[in-house]
Design a protein around this ligand. Sequence first.
Ligand SMILES: Nc1ncnc2c1ncn2[C@@H]1O[C@H](COP(=O)(O)OP(=O)(O)OP(=O)(O)O)[C@@H](O)[C@H]1O
Ligand SMILES: [Mg+2]
Length: 392
Amino acid sequence: MRLIIYTGKGGTGKTVSACSTALKLSGLKSRTLLVSADPAHTLGDALIKDRIVGTPTKISADLDAAQVDPIAEMDTNFKTIFSYFASYFQAKGVDDTISYELAMLPGMTQLLCLLKIEEAARSGVYDAIILDMPASGEALRFLYFPKLVGSLSMRLSGLAGLVSGFGRLFQPYFSSPAHSSDLMKIEADLLHKLEELSKLIFDQKVTSLRLVANADSFSMENAKRTLMSANLYGINVDMIIINKIMPITRSENSFLANWTHLQQTKVIEARSNFYPLPVKEVPLYNEELKGIEMLKQNAEILFGDEDPGQILYHEKVFEFKSDNSGLTLKLKVPFTKNVDFLVERASDRITIKVATDIGHIVNVIPLPAITLGMKLKAAQLSDKNLVISFEY
Ligand SMILES: Nc1ncnc2c1ncn2[C@@H]1O[C@H](COP(=O)(O)OP(=O)(O)OP(=O)(O)O)[C@@H](O)[C@H]1O
Ligand SMILES: [Mg+2]
């Protein structure tokens, strides 16, 4: 079973990329489930289908889609837990719309969505699950959540402390935290599910994270930071998509000419900055990308003859090693010994400026927080690996 997760900055094209992947995979006879953690009904909008709900809805022979609705999910699958919470609130005179309020807490949709994925993976019904995650930073935190809970679970007691920390939020209401055996069973079950999920997410043969950006510096920086964090966490990133690239025009119009020039510069930068990850370039179409036919055509541009279910890359682009004296960052770079390059440090990032035959290419590399108290010591290039060391 494969779990393929799309994330990236807002509006870059995560949902359409996830849909295209799912459509192509199901066309190759892989039994595929497409899941969205977006509370807005975007899967329905992209596929032009009404009523995609929490329970997998059939889209075609080998494709199901599910859109996690936190409120419905709470009501159907987590009733026991929430009636437990509700009883405290009612005792304090809070009305019974509590499950609605809880469903609206930040992160709840993502958490419920992850649980849905665990359920789908366990069912054995699918060969591939494609997950459309929210914007990058958030997404990684949620992917890491099951592991965090797994490692802390032994030291924590009570479900309240586990889920998004909202137990602490409601502490004033819990005059006597009663633990019925029922609730303990649910808690153990939830922990077990999160543990299973964590095994899936960190298994590089199962899970691939794919990052979607546009040809602009904001979304590309965002993707780079996510790549760095994912490499730190140990989640495999196997592909970058640069979406909505404007076609090169010979227009006299300086507005268009400026934009195409800027975007082309960014595309060239992306090829070098994300090296050696496969970078897929997708044009901006002359209309909004939606509907099954158009999304299938988009899948051909993205994957051509490739199977989207493959693991497209499986090494770390960033490797960190720390010891007593500091930290070493090993980075794969697309240039060899003879090229002039310059490494500079600016607080939480380093820039690498490389002279190439198409002019200078600048690669800005986000650094993990731990390097903030360290000095840049040396940068050495050996066989397409740039080794940068930091010391305390
Ligand atoms: N290559 C493209 N050409 C034309 N339109 C596109 C292209 N890619 C995406 N779009 C359109 O851009 C909009 C945003 O795409 P999409 O919803 O997939 O982005 P997203 O990253 O999922 O957004 P959000 O962060 O809101 O979830 C949609 O209207 C979609 O049809
Ligand atoms: Mg979306």
